[in-house]
Every structure is written in C-alpha cells, then in structure tokens.
Design a protein around this ligand. Structure first.
Ligand SMILES: [Zn+2]
Ligand SMILES: [Zn+2]
Length: 417
C-alpha cells in the first residue's frame, strides 16, 4: 500500500501489485509527487501552478472554458488559443496567455503541453513532465468526434487523472450522425404538427453541437440569449456555425413557425418558453440515458448526447494512455475506481470541493444550472454533475441557491487516511 497524504484532500493509492507497491516503479513518487491534490485544486509544486483550481491561485492552467474549470480570481491564466475567447468572454479582464496544442512550455522545473480533449472547442488535456515522468490531467473529455471539437488525442503517461462523469456501463452514446437524425426527425414531426421544438442544452459545446446537427431545410433556428452569446464568441474565432436568430422581443412561434429553439436547460418550462405557443420540449444530455431523470423533468423526449466520454470511451482512453496509475474524479468515482482496480490498475479518487463560486454571466442569465453531486449511490436516484456548467438542475432534490454551487458531498467510498 502506498499512501500519499496530500494536504486536506488525501489520495490513497490502492491495489498494489503482488510483490510490492507500484509506487516503486517511479522512484520520484516517493520523494515528491509531480502533481498533488489540495483544497484549491490540482497542484504542481515543481512548476508552482494549479490546474483548473476552484479557489484563487497565483498561476492557473485551464483545460477549458466551462465555469467549473475556468474560474475567476486567479493571478494569471494559461489556456489554449481555442478556449481563450470564451474564457475571456466569461471572466472579463484577466491576465491570460495562450498556448497552441502540442506546444511545449517550461514552467519552473517541469515542461507542460496542452492536447485536444474532444470535449468542447478548444478543450485540452494538460501534460506535465519532469525528468521523464509524465502526468496527464484529462479535464473533461470525450473520445467520439462531434464534428466541432478538435478530436481527442491519447497522450502517453505514467499517471492519468481522468474524469469519470459517466463511469457506468449503462452510459453508452450513439454516434453523432445517429443523434442528428433523431433530432431532425423529432423537429420535422413537431413542425409538421404546428409545434415549436425547444431543446435545452448547455451554452458552451452542446448548443453548438445541436446547431451543426440541425437540418436547416426543416425550419429556422432560434437561440436564447445565453446560447446566442456563446455561439457568437465561437463564430468570431472561426467555427463554421449555421445562422441563428436571437429570441428578442417580437421573435416567437408566430414570427418563426416550426422553429427549433436552443436554450439553456433551465429555460425549459418557464414563462420565457411560453412565447412559442404549442411546443415540444427536450433536453440534450448524457443524463437522458436515465429514465428517472427524464421522468423528473417531465420530458417526453430526451436526446442522449454528452460532451463527456461514455463507459467505452473512458475505458478506451485510459488504456490508450498506457498509464499504470489512474486517479478518477467527477461522477461515479467509487464504482469506477473499483472497476479499474479489477483491471489491474493502481487507482485512486480525487475528491474535489466546490463552494461559494458565482456563475459566469452567461450561465447566470439562464438561472442556476448547478447541481454538483457525486457518489457511488447515484445510479438512478441523483444524477451527479455532468459539468458544473452542465449539470441537470432538476435531477436532485435540493436545488442550490442561485449562483452558488452546493457543497459537494464526498463520493461514497472515497479513500481517506
Ligand atoms: Zn466541461
Ligand atoms: Zn467539468
């Protein structure tokens, strides 16, 4: 057993191989782990920086622009060129430097580089190397191509910190083309019957995936302000996205019959949505794979579409890194860790905390979207976070106060020393 207490949040490496601890493979682990887990986030002492910290730090490396990863208040930011515009849009006047995918940069005594994570446009995994020892922080990722994000690139490493939001075999996604066909069939049927089609989707990533999936011959596409604003940022950086009309006064079901409306999930079922007259509502999320979530949201239709890896994607991505040590975070961590141990990996859980951070302007416009909650027990009962910016607000029983993420409960089975 190799135990590495790391400040307030502790990691326990489990499942040593027969004949001794796997920590012996990397002698440097014994003296000074390359990355540690603190109450501010993932920390690299040798480079004196944090990765996606959730509390203010001097220097932050940011995987992507979702609000649970790119938070305000850091002294300096480093992010990819592709994620910088949305981070700037959301966080305002910050000290942000950019880096290209694959470009290496020396920080302190380590070398860092950013590699495509396939999650949303510009999203990255972050590789950290010191004296031949390599760690990779996945951020959020998916391995299936969505026609928009730079495709996921496996990065060889010794230690891989992987999200496992959808780390259960029940989560298996259909290919993008099939999801697009499903969306268009539903939209066309609604339009033929004189109904507007309203889809709830997160403003960064999912909303634009719907845009590139939509068959423009069916009708016009209307967007809620939060979706329109983020889409405009992505258009300005060169992404080819179809034309949309912002839902302003005078834009409704009469002016745009048979429209497809893309809005943040929290706009579904609100007075805002009544302007479209007879309408069908759907939610595009990985959580739509769970019948209980669909039922609670009162949705007849759900599109099982996620910007996170499904069960097969997680397993394929982890194997592709060649890593022997896996840390899991986000979602079904306890179950997924046990699964990894059964596969012969050394596996640990990274417990994270979120509290008292405010939503960015785009999400705030749409109302509270946060329901961070994770645990092994959360199978059909409570959907854990998909992303702080992407969580299902109706899945849990207790909604958080507006703009305040609820304190995250430690995952059941978290190993602590
Ligand atoms: Zn994300
Ligand atoms: Zn996330």
């Amino acid at each position: 057993m190799c135990r590495i207490p790391l400040g307030r949040l502790k990691i326990v490496h489990r499942a040593p191989l027969a004949g001794g601890s796997r920590c012996a493979i990397l002698p440097s682990m014994a003296r000074d782990p390359l990355l540690t887990f603190t109450d501010r986030g993932i920390f690299c002492l040798a480079g004196d920086f944090h990765i996606d910290p959730w509390r203010p730090v001097e220097r932050a490396l940011i995987t992507h622009g979702h609000s649970d990863h790119a938070r305000p208040g850091h002294g300096a930011y480093l992010a990819t060129e592709g994620s910088a515009p949305v981070i700037r849009y959301r966080l305002g006047d910050i000290r942000l430097k950019t880096i290209r995918y694959g470009e290496t940069r020396r920080i302190g005594s380590v070398t860092v580089s950013f590699h495509p994570a396939g999650h949303v446009p510009g999203s990255a995994q972050i590789r950290v190397e010191r004296d031949g020892e390599v760690w990779v922080v996945s951020g959020d990722y998916k391995v299936a191509e969505d026609g928009l994000s730079e495709p996921f690139e496996p990065v060889a490493c010794h230690s891989f910190i992987s999200e496992c939001t959808f780390g259960l075999p029940v989560f298996r996604w259909k290919p993008q083309a099939e999801l697009a066909a499903q969306l268009n069939r539903w939209w066309a049927a609604n339009a033929a019957e004189g109904r507007t089609s309203i889809v709830g989707a997160y403003t960064l990533g999912k909303a634009q995936r719907l845009l590139v999936s939509a068959d423009l011959s069916i009708g016009p596409i209307l967007t809620h302000g939060a979706v329109e604003a983020t889409t405009a940022v992505l258009r300005a950086q060169g992404l080819a996205l179809p034309p949309t009309t912002h839902v302003a006064p005078g834009i409704d079901g009469k002016s745009h019959p048979g429209a497809l409306v893309i809005a943040p999930p929290s706009a579904l079922g609100t007075p805002w949505a009544t302007r479209f007259g007879p309408a069908a509502e759907a939610f595009a999320s990985g959580w739509m794979a769970l019948r209980g979530v669909r039922r609670r949201r009162g949705l007849a239709q759900g599109f099982v579409m996620s910007d996170h890896a499904d069960w097969d994607g997680l397993n394929a991505a982890i194997r592709a890194t060649g890593a022997e040590r896996i840390f899991v975070t986000h979602g079904y961590t306890a179950i997924f860790r046990r699964w990894l141990e059964d596969q012969g990996f050394e596996a640990g859980i990274v417990a994270t905390e979120y509290e008292g951070e405010s939503l960015d302007a785009a999400e705030a416009e749409a109302g509270p979207l946060i329901e961070p909650d994770a645990g092994a027990e959360a199978v059909e009962g409570a959907a854990p976070e998909e992303d702080t910016a992407e969580a299902d607000p109706a899945a849990g029983e207790a909604a958080p106060a507006e703009g305040k993420p609820r304190r995250r409960r430690p995952a059941a089975g978290d190993a602590r020393t």
